[in-house]
Design a protein around this ligand. Structure first.
Ligand code: GUN
Ligand code: ZN
Length: 438
């Protein structure tokens, strides 16, 4: 049984809840102990290091050890079309997204792109993600196979859409139900993989398709669900005309049994009061996608109201409408979105939203999101002083952890990620940190 000891400054949120400025555990000179891919303990180096004299030792003193980051909403086929210029949601889908997603009917193409996608996640310190594939079953298989190779905890699903998109990208109520069921049987619960039923959004699913997926949701009460909700005002008007008689946008998903714990709704920028209430009551989650919401000009997520209602919120990149795979950058943009609404996001809460907060909202805190004993050893080593500017900004003797974390969210990106570990093994090592590890 190989025991590994990783020494550095350790920060995580051991509890599932967060209250401002509290609930975090920070050890300036700590050790993280792993055995067989799981965490044994986190402790002060001075009290516990001597217990592990036989262990494999990795010294990252001066660096920060965090739980692996979680991205709760992004699109793997959109990797190659990230930063496509200047449209709002519906035109952007038509002009860039759908043409790109057509390429994923080829398994070989999807398999190659899935590797690029996962490499991007790992070099940015993201160890778990909730991912949209395309409408193609082969592309979804390719994504799961790649994630399995890295032993990632990944949640993913085949997009379902049977209208209002190019014919080549359409499935049917029957085929979407059959394909999704087959994918659930094949992947859900295999190693660390989970399935998410994935109707793209209400405009691209007929009520017959929604009903077919609703049946599956009832048949598989534990599978995750992911979709988009209330992102763009034109989209909302469109949903009203396509689904007349429903109380509001969320009611469409609710009617078809898709509003429940483990359901993650991307965006939620223009919610009505009763939608907030229903999301809270149902225990479902909102994915806050700041870079995407700014990029497509969709709106500002009202995090204060989310907090008042007590709804689960997780942070997400929403690549490729999102403009970065990097969750530190995403946290920085979330801060600015909150600033524009006169309510800045505290750096601890930002980190919580992409680690333990995400995990807890998905019911996965027993394996990811924190560094508690018996969870999976998914963690990252962060170099806060990765360049001249950061060395100037962060004085190890003066800066407290809150200030370091905030500077990382404003100035950090993949250059700050020293190494990424999944189940106790390094899966990404930054070039200059290579010598320190091997
Ligand atoms: N709504 C429906 N599909 C999409 C998508 O791919 N990206 C975003 N941002 N919103 C959507
Ligand atoms: Zn999205």
């Amino acid at each position: 049984m190989l025991t590994k000891v990783i020494r550095g400054s350790i920060l995580h949120f051991p509890n599932v809840t967060y209250s401002p400025g509290k609930d975090f555990n920070y050890i300036e000179d700590g050790i993280l102990v792993t055995r067989n891919g799981r965490i044994v303990e986190v402790a002060e180096a001075k009290t516990r290091l001597s217990e592990y004299s036989d262990a494999e030792f990795h010294d990252f003193s001066g660096k920060l050890i965090l739980p692996g980051l979680i991205d709760s909403h992004l699109h793997f086929p959109q990797t190659e079309m990230i930063a496509s210029y200047g449209e709002q949601l519906l035109q952007w889908l038509e002009n860039y997204t759908f043409p790109t997603e057509k390429k994923f009917k080829s398994y070989d193409y999807a398999y190659a792109m899935a590797e690029v996608f996962i490499q991007q996640l790992l070099k940015n310190g993201t160890t778990s993600a909730m991912v949209y594939s395309t409408v193609h079953k082969v592309a979804t298989n390719a994504l799961f196979e790649r994630a399995q190779k890295y032993n990632m905890l990944m949640i993913a699903g085949k997009v379902c859409m049977d209208r209002n998109c190019p014919e080549e990208l359409q499935d049917t109520p029957e085929s979407s139900q059959r394909d999704s069921a087959e994918l659930i049987e094949q992947w859900d619960g295999k190693d660390r993989l989970h399935y998410a039923l994935t109707p793209r959004f209400a405009p691209t699913s007929s009520s017959a398709q929604m009903a077919a997926l609703g049946e599956l949701a009832q048949q598989y009460p534990d599978v995750f669900i992911q979709t988009h909700l209330s992102e763009n005002t034109h989209e909302i008007e469109w949903v009203k005309s396509l689904y007349p008689g429903f109380k509001h946008y969320l009611d469409v998903y609710d009617h078809f049994h898709m509003v429940r714990p483990g359901a993650v709704f991307g965006h939620c920028l223009h919610l009505e009061q009763s939608e907030w209430e229903r999301i809270r009551e149902s225990g479902s989650t909102i994915a806050f996608c700041p870079t995407s919401n700014l990029f497509l000009g969709s709106g500002l997520f009202d995090f204060d109201t989310a907090r008042q209602y007590g709804v689960h919120v997780s942070l997400a990149s929403d690549v490729g409408a999102g403009t970065s795979f990097n969750m530190l950058k995403t946290m920085g943009e979330a801060y600015k979105v909150c600033q524009l609404q006169k309510s800045p996001l505290c750096p601890f809460q930002g980190l919580y939203l992409m680690t333990q907060g995400s995990a807890a909202s998905l019911g996965l805190e027993g394996s990811i999101g924190n560094l508690n004993p018996d969870t999976d050893a998914d963690f990252i080593v962060v170099d806060p002083q990765f360049d001249q500017l950061m060395r100037l900004r962060i004085d190890p003797k003066e800066s407290d952890i809150s200030s370091t974390l905030f500077a990382l969210s404003m100035l950090g990106d993949d250059r700050a990620i020293w190494s990424t570990w999944i189940a106790g093994k390094p899966v990404f090592i930054k070039e200059e940190s290579h010598n320190a590890l091997v």
